[in-house]
Design a binder for this molecule. Structure first.
Ligand SMILES: Cc1cc2nc3c(=O)[nH]c(=O)nc-3n(C[C@H](O)[C@H](O)[C@H](O)COP(=O)(O)OP(=O)(O)OC[C@H]3O[C@@H](n4cnc5c(N)ncnc54)[C@H](O)[C@@H]3O)c2cc1C
Length: 553
């Protein structure tokens, strides 16, 4: 198989030769370095590579070139190779312009010239970008292939599981991909067996559950120890941060998640406001880094494993799992976050997984290339979802009840949406019902103020509204507010039941719930900030508090 390509574009022959040399020195074993001396030539090279079926891992382009600027070349490269990492090469004086371009052209990084020594200023950036590309890239003819019907909720569940767990796979729609038929016939897989997951060694799982897929992929599903210092339930940003700190500070730590690491943040196409990522970072990329870090430091992961209840006994928490097993721990962190509520409009539940998706923009976007989609919600998650979908869909409508998204969406997203021609916002509008035969085909939009109903052909609806806490698995002694969010620290002492439940002579620690030794962090907590950074901050803080708690017992 041919090696993936690194394409370098610069009109200055000396700079071009220097980048080419430095890249070849380090990456020639695994990548082919190709160069072009102008933006136009770079685009032509991209076309040739695509025609030959070559994989492109990264484009590095200089910004200031006569004719086409680097940002334009990089933006256009995305149409040909959406997964390739895009890096802009700039002079120090152009750094401000490069940072602005990052927003507009969705670049992955910028590199300042000169980059000597490359060991410090070039290779760490390129290594990082190539790791991220490798995590997403799947060679055409190999790897996992999932064959199924686009409108099947079971297919959606497996896609969501594989994507959420960062397992690269190729989706083959049985009605649209000729290769799918060939695979099914060769393995005698019938239509009733779909979705079917084909492995590289030729074996196949027919209509599997996520748990079977996890087992087949060799994911550990049983706990390694009898008793833990810290069991973390929920592997969103709060749980992942706690796992990193817990493991690095010597606590026997295990992290459980019912679905996949990353939580809500893992479904985000681009988190722009997380400290230390000047070009933004996708939820899957942040998750990949966090999981690698936590595992390297010694945290144990059990995914997919659902926690259904907790019982306290002699200072130990017994954490019950949905398959009947239990884990015993000296302290527990509840970091199960929030989930979208079911949209109440008629047709929404009937077509869930068959054209109606809750927050699943990154999993399903590619299936709606050239189609008409609707995004419901006016928050940042809806805005990000719409931006991601606009890369594929022909038409994206954002439906919001309010008259404007100004109060609910960040300015940078409002500006990006305004600049994206295939997205429009429909203020003062609600979904009245969803219609179709077997899958979503039409949506009725209601404008209550105008008293009108407008029915349009639509292929999919992505819902990003209405959140509720996932706190139902916690024991009743864990106090919550009226909406079910968990009270911690001083907040819980204001609750009418606190005197009945809190029998310690000490005050609860910050982030400790009304059950001693049971902590809560992130979006699950009452008065949470609902941000990745605050969830990470709380998850990190908890470990210090767990040490304090364990020292008291
Ligand atoms: C699409 C989208 C985009 C966003 N963009 C941004 C952004 O740009 N910037 C920003 O700061 N914030 C953003 N947010 C908000 C941010 O993602 C959340 O605030 C953050 O993820 C909260 O983290 P958490 O760890 O508290 O919980 P969550 O992320 O909700 O994770 C909870 C985890 O618990 C697991 N779980 C639930 N119940 C159980 C159970 N019983 N057993 C086992 N596991 C369970 C779930 O599977 C999940 O993985 C976005 C949110 C969404 C949905």
């Amino acid at each position: 198989m041919t090696k993936p390509v690194l394409l370098v574009i610069d009109d200055d022959p000396q700079v071009l030769a220097a980048v080419r040399r430095d890249l070849r020195t380090r990456y020639r074993e695994s990548y082919t370095v190709v160069s072009a001396s102008s933006g136009e030539q770079g685009l032509a090279t991209l076309g040739e590579l695509k025609a030959r079926g070559d994989a492109l891992a990264m484009v590095i382009s200089d910004q200031r070139m006569p004719g086409m600027h680097g940002t334009e070349v990089l933006a256009r490269s995305r149409e040909v190779y959406p997964l390739a990492r895009r890096v802009l090469l700039t002079a120090y004086a152009d750094v401000d312009a490069a940072i602005r371009a990052i927003n507009e052209a969705h670049l992955d990084h910028y590199l300042s010239k000169p980059w000597a020594p490359p060991e410090e200023r070039l290779y760490p950036v390129v290594d990082d970008q190539l790791d991220a590309w490798q995590a997403e890239y799947l060679p055409e003819a190999t790897g996992l292939r999932l064959v199924g019907h686009q409108w099947s909720p079971r297919s959606h569940a497996i896609k969501d599981f594989l994507a959420g767990n960062l397992v690269p796979y190729r989706w083959l729609d049985v009605e649209r991909t000729p290769e799918a038929r060939g695979l099914l016939d060769a393995a005698a897989v019938g239509v009733d067996d779909l979705p079917a997951l084909f492995f590289e060694d030729g074996s196949v799982l027919r209509s599997p559950e996520p748990l079977q897929v996890a087992e087949r992929l060799g994911r550990p599903l049983s706990a390694a120890y009898d008793v833990y210092d810290l069991v973390i339930v929920g592997a969103g940003p709060a749980g992942l941060a706690a796992a990193v700190y817990g493991a690095s500070e010597g606590l026997q730590t295990v992290l459980l998640d019912r679905h996949a690491p990353g939580g809500q943040a893992g479904t985000s196409s681009r988190i722009e406001n997380y400290l230390g990522f000047p070009t933004g970072v996708s939820g899957s990329e942040l998750t990949r880094r966090a999981v690698t870090q936590a595992q390297r430091l010694g945290a144990e992961f059990l995914v997919p494993v659902e926690v259904t209840g907790v019982t306290m006994d002699a200072g130990y928490a017994h954490v019950r799992l949905s398959d009947g097993r239990a884990l015993v721990t000296r302290s527990l962190l509840a970091a199960t976050g929030m989930v979208y509520r079911e949209h109440p409009a008629p047709g929404m539940s009937e077509f869930s997984g068959a054209g109606v998706y809750y927050g699943a923009a990154t999993t399903e976007a590619a299936a709606f290339a050239g189609k008409r989609v609707v995004v419901v919600g006016g928050g940042n998650s809806a805005g990000q979802g719409a931006m991601y979908l606009s890369r594929y869909a022909a038409d994206v409508q954002i439906v919001v009840r309010a008259e404007s998204v100004r109060a609910t969406m960040s300015q940078y997203l409002i500006e990006q949406i305004a600049r994206t021609p295939n997205i429009r916002i429909r203020p003062g509008t609600e979904i009245a019902r969803v219609e179709g035969s077997g899958h979503v085909e039409r949506v009725a939009f209601a404008s209550p103020d105008a008293g009108t109903i407008d029915v349009q052909d639509v292929d999919a609806v992505f819902v990003f509204i209405g959140t509720k806490p996932r706190s139902d698995w916690l024991p009743p002694d864990v106090l919550r507010d009226a909406r079910g969010f968990v009270l911690t620290g001083r907040d819980l002492m204001a609750h009418a039941d606190s005197a009945r439940l809190w029998k310690q002579t000490r005050e609860p620690l910050p982030l400790e719930t009304s059950v001693p030794g049971v902590f809560a962090a992130g979006d699950l907590r009452a008065s949470a900030m609902n941000r990745v950074a605050s969830a990470v901050g709380e998850g990190s803080m908890v470990v210090r508090l767990v040490h304090e708690y364990l020292a008291l017992t």
